[in-house]
Design a protein around this ligand. Structure first.
Ligand code: GLU
Length: 331
């Protein structure tokens, strides 16, 4: 009799499925290894869980898009709706993993573990990090201890929450940090401990659902810097953006001309969210900028990429800035 928990691996591509010409090759093609080959490469994972694979996409995560997000969310809900499935693992490129993970954190309708993992080194590299990351992810996804922690990232022996985690290094194996609130847990060769639960609302308690949708509202991110002009704000509005996220300096600030252009966009019904290009800290309402007068929303601790995800989902329900601000405090 097979008493192992059932875990489904959903593959989307990335370096974990990447192939280089040599074990030290720095250049490689991502997303080339099939999900079956990924599972076969880590026989230890099949000893702790009954594994099946689903191919969702084969992209480097720089090419992740709304269409794949929708397909992935539907597959995750379908797998977790099966009573015999304990949890799922999503393999994904590391570059935008935090955005896809946060998207699922807001739309998946289940308390079962959803674990994202990836690799900084291709499958063919010396000391490839993918196999142990996959093994650790399966251990977390298979366990009832990890239920109701929202969507998680398991990489380099740590368990991060989708809302807090951010890729902070371009190359090293230790590439992720959760700067504001810290880790959810730690894992050592499959043996794991959870330290805390996410404070913000997620998954089965979230109001967001994309079940009858095939695209999300357009939201653009505008990056602030010294000598910033207003042109890119105007361009975002002209391109039809329904929302703009400011990757602001410090506490979500920008030059006077950029702030005036954003206020003008807000007056025209574009929802403007102030986030920050700083790697930690929150953006506070009505401190450096008069958000009430300008009609702006602040992102709390969400970085610009994740603020964009929440704004896209918020815009599927409302354009009211008070309600959207409430989403940013809640999620
Ligand atoms: N840029 C690729 C991606 O995000 C490779 C990086 C990685 O997977 O680590 O898919």
């Amino acid at each position: 009799m097979n008493s192992k928990p059932k875990v489904v691996i959903l593959a989307t591509g990335g370096t974990i499925a990447g192939i280089a010409k040599t074990g030290t090759g720095a250049s490689y093609d991502s997303g080339k290894v099939s999900v079956e080959a990924l599972i076969e490469a880590v026989p230890e994972a099949s000893e702790i869980a009954d594994l099946t694979g689903v191919h969702v996409a084969s992209v480097g995560s720089q090419d992740m898009n709304d269409v794949i997000w929708m397909k992935l969310a539907a597959e995750v809900d379908r797998c977790l709706g099966d009573d015999s499935v304990a949890g799922v693992v999503v393999t994904h490129g590391t570059d935008t993993m935090e955005e896809t993970a946060y998207f699922l954190n807001l739309v998946v309708d289940s308390e079962k573990p959803v674990v994202f993992t990836g690799a900084m080194r291709p499958a063919t590299a010396l000391s490839a990090d993918g196999p142990l990351n996959l093994f650790n992810s399966v251990a977390v996804a298979a366990s009832g201890k990890a239920r109701d922690h929202g969507v998680m990232l398991v990489v380099d022996d740590f368990i991060h929450g989708a809302r807090e985690v951010s890729k902070s290094n371009t190359l090293t194996v230790q590439a992720f940090e959760s700067p504001n609130l810290g880790l959810l847990g730690a894992v050592h060769f499959g043996d794991f401990r959870m330290f805390r639960k996410p404070q913000k609302v997620h998954t089965s308690r979230s109001v967001f659902s994309i079940k009858s949708m095939d695209e999300l509202p357009r939201v653009e991110v505008v990056y602030a810097h010294s000598n910033m002009k207003a042109d890119l704000v105007h361009a975002a509005v002209q391109c039809g953006a329904r929302g703009i996220v400011l990757a602001g300096v410090g506490n979500g600030n920008a030059s006077a001309v950029a702030i005036e252009a954003l206020a003008e966009a807000a007056r025209r019904g574009v929802v403007v969210v102030r986030s920050t290009r700083s790697s930690s800290g929150a953006v506070l309402r009505n401190k450096e900028i008069d958000d009430d007068a300008n009609g702006f929303v602040v992102s709390d601790q969400l970085n610009p990429g994740k603020a964009r995800v929440l704004l896209q989902l918020g815009l599927t329900l409302t354009r009211d800035v008070t309600r959207i601000q409430e989403y940013f405090w809640t999620y």
